[in-house]
Design a protein around this ligand. Sequence first.
Ligand code: FES
Ligand code: FES
Length: 482
Amino acid sequence: MQQSLTFQINNQKFTVTCHPGTSLLTLLRQLGLFSVHRVCDSGDCGACTVWVNDTPIHSCIYPAMRIANQSVTTIEGLSANGKLAPIQQAFLQGQGFQCGFCTPGMIMSAAKLPVASSEELRLMLKGNLCRCTGYQAIIESINQSRPQMHTDTHRCDIVADSSVTIGKNIPKQDGTAIVTGKASYTADFVPPGLLHLKVLRSPHPHAYIRKINTAAAKALSSVVAVFTHADVPRIPYTTAGHAEPVPDPLDHYLLDHKVRFVGDRVAVVVAESVAIAEQACDLIEVDYEILPHLIDPISAMNGDIVIHDEPESSQIPDRDRNIAGQIFLESGDVEQGFAEADLILENTYNLPAVQHVHLEPHTTITWLETDGTLVVRSSTQVPFHCQRLLSQIFNLPLDKIRVYKAQIGGGFGNKQEILSEDICAFATLLTGKPVQWEFTRKEEFTATNSRHAMTIRIKSGVKKDGTFVAKVVVYPKSTLRV
Ligand code: FES
Ligand code: FES
């Protein structure tokens, strides 16, 4: 049941009604305080740090009900009369940020730290994660905010005259927006009537979907649409943001009758709130025919289990052995090189999967303009590839699709994958309404194209002086067919 709540934010009084389970982070964002960023939603990263009565807290794990009659400060409240607070000025001067997604939380924590050595500051800031900067510029910025700790390294010469910038450090154009919390990332925009999308994901690594019962989900109040593979066009495509002709296998569908990894998409719910959409996903019943699965690339090449067995996947280079692509490169006389080598080393290296962990999750908001143009606001690194792909999937002319990115909170290549725009666009085309899909951190780890695990065999020929004279990089047993 909703409860009434009165409090202050940045010296302004608010009275709202609020569900007891709401986090302070959610409430602040509902009130338009978009500097408070959702990253882990579990108290681990510090991007959502605000002050409650002058004490920094992680607002994602702080119940909103606890701020009754209390005072909250966000970074929007730090500067006064257009003048930056010393800590904001120091971050701006020291360029203590890159994408800026961690910066509001970082500054709200840093402002309350005692004067300390750089080493101590690093420890004290362990609750605030930054994926971009390497922390050096952050620590130096904090030191810059304390006159007694000035180090002057890495300071950025602010150059006003663009004709004299060569050879100088120049500040990021969006620096002031970042340190004041005004930088607008994809989720920091709420078109009227915005709906929210959530995806039911597979608990199985490999299975056919025999049947899906969505009746209970559809019956839930505030659910606007539920759809499955039976409701979407079945067009194979690649999610990779590469130019035509795409070098990648067309091994992806909006939704399919088969799942191929834990976290693969099964069904989609569009509802008036994230909470209702998640609740509706839990009500969907799926009957799976569980298939045997693979977890390492070497056994995958035996071909005992074929992951893409559908006829449309015939363009996959060696579908029967699960080989998505092959590259053959040769340069020089390798045998001659090995003959000249003083030492030959040969080893197999197994590398684990690596996640990019951009702090801003994959987020897309889609809507239709009055002239029918599909607008896609997305945290993408490849807006033009995204536009082309959506045009192909939905058979829409390019000039009827506008894809644009807002400020992006890190990508590191993972946002060169088109992973959220396709389904979000379909939901808008189906409902005619604005729709937002923001990945959870769990989805980032389980359902995005992290750098996959690798097994690499490398044979190197080396001279005594350390010069490499020959190198061969192959899969073990040279199992590839030419
Ligand atoms: S600590 Fe709150 S979003 Fe990470
Ligand atoms: S600047 Fe810290 S996460 Fe990008």
